[in-house]
Design a protein around this ligand. Structure first.
Ligand code: KG4
Ligand code: ZN
Length: 363
């Protein structure tokens, strides 16, 4: 099964073609035939964040060319694909419309089945694309728009164990960077600055640490960073480095405390699971300090730790093509009147949390 995937939910325009295989035991494997991603970071950089109208226009301008390149890289024409999948939500509505309309038009013209994909499901299933990981497993999704722990029971069966009650983790990195005069996106800049910093100089809070619930909170930490920085103005390079290091250590500490509870919850749900696995995805998963912390946590609790390659952790179309292929193997295609959804929770039974704020609708 070969599927063309299209991703336009935020500030990456992407197209990819993957091939999915499944044996009689239900074991899956894949080949990525092409995977092209065009980042719009430079267009949004002057504004310190994603501007929805700029994003939508940039998708319109780039998408046709990227799809042509994805087909050319795979040495295929549209007639050679078995299905077309596009992100239908959650995300910025202008961008979603661009990708979805393009996919529907191609599916109609080439007479191919069409699949509307939930962007979060793309992230959730990536570990099966890269490693053929069998269900069930635990997913920590940490990006600019989401901070969630999801129990992936099976295809289409996702239980959200915890989410942020305020800022997403990537957003906390971005806001901290902005406050300290570091460039956008903030995560890599904060990580870099922290390399020269003293993490013990500032005592920053560990929000929700020790609490029984499985949720996350980062806005208190961001406020503490602002107060710390305000007291020091003007900031020297060393001050910035020390704040970054202290912030990153506080994040790692609170993240480990929160995730540890979800590991226990997984083991309660699946006590007999051999090789329980924690998968981490999303742009923040690139952070080496956080990764190391999670890896050590997993070792301690008998979990395997799996982080897909960075290019497949951040927004991309291979994961959308893959999610489309997983559905194509099990479910009927979607209708061409499928409407884009700026909000689309993976776990429809989980109530939205009060105070849950998001920068745009980035996933
Ligand atoms: O998944 P992603 O590429 O886009 C979406 O949000 O969908 O994630 C981007 C986020 C940004 O907030 C960025 O600051 C953060 O991931 N990020 C990092 C690092 N690299 C990217 N955060 C911490 N450390 C990093 N090295
Ligand atoms: Zn994403």
């Amino acid at each position: 099964m070969r599927v063309l995937g299209i991703e336009t939910s935020c500030d990456e325009t992407a197209a990819a073609i993957i091939e999915r295989f499944e044996n009689e035991q239900g074991e899956v494997s894949s080949r990525i035939l092409s995977n092209v991603v065009l980042s719009q970071i430079a267009e949004h950089e002057p504004y310190g964040g994603v501007v929805p109208e700029i994003a939508a226009r940039a998708h319109v301008e780039a998408l046709d060319g990227l799809i042509a390149k994805a087909l050319a890289d795979a040495d295929m024409s549209i007639n050679d694909v078995d299905a077309i999948a596009a992100t239908a939500g959650p995300g910025l509505i202008g961008g979603l419309i661009v990708g979805l309309m393009t996919a529907k038009a191609m599916a109609f013209a080439a007479d191919k089945p069409f699949y509307a994909v939930n962007h979060l499901e793309g992230h959730a299933l990536t570990a099966r694309l890269t490693d053929g990981l069998p269900f069930p497993y635990l997913l920590l999704l940490v990006s600019g728009g989401h901070t969630q722990v999801i129990l992936v029971h099976g295809l289409g069966h996702y239980e959200r164990l915890g989410t942020t009650i305020d800022d997403a983790l990537g957003e906390a990195f971005d806001k901290t960077a902005k406050l300290l005069g570091l460039p956008y996106p903030g995560g890599p800049a904060v990580e870099q600055a922290a390399l020269n910093g003293d993490a013990s100089r500032f005592e920053l809070p560990r929000p929700l640490k020790g609490e029984a619930r499985l949720d996350f909170s980062f806005s208190g930490l961001k406020t503490a960073v602002r107060q710390t920085a305000t007291q020091l103005v003007p900031l020297s390079d060393q001050d910035v480095a020390d704040i970054c290091a202290s912030f990153q250590t506080a994040v790692a500490d609170t993240l480990n405390d929160r995730v540890k509870r979800s590991l226990n919850k997984f083991l309660e749900t699946y006590p007999d699971k051999e090789k329980p696995t924690l998968v981490v995805a999303g742009g923040v998963a690139a952070n080496k300090v956080l990764r190391k912390g999670l890896e050590t946590l997993c070792e301690k609790h008998g979990f395997d730790f799996l982080a897909p390659p960075h290019i497949l952790c951040t927004d991309n179309a291979a994961m959308i093509a893959w999610a489309g292929a997983e559905h194509a193997a099990r479910t009927e295609p979607d209708n061409l009147d499928f409407a884009p959804r700026s909000r689309w929770p993976l776990d429809s039974t989980a109530a939205p949390l009060i105070g849950f704020g998001r920068r745009g609708a980035k996933a």
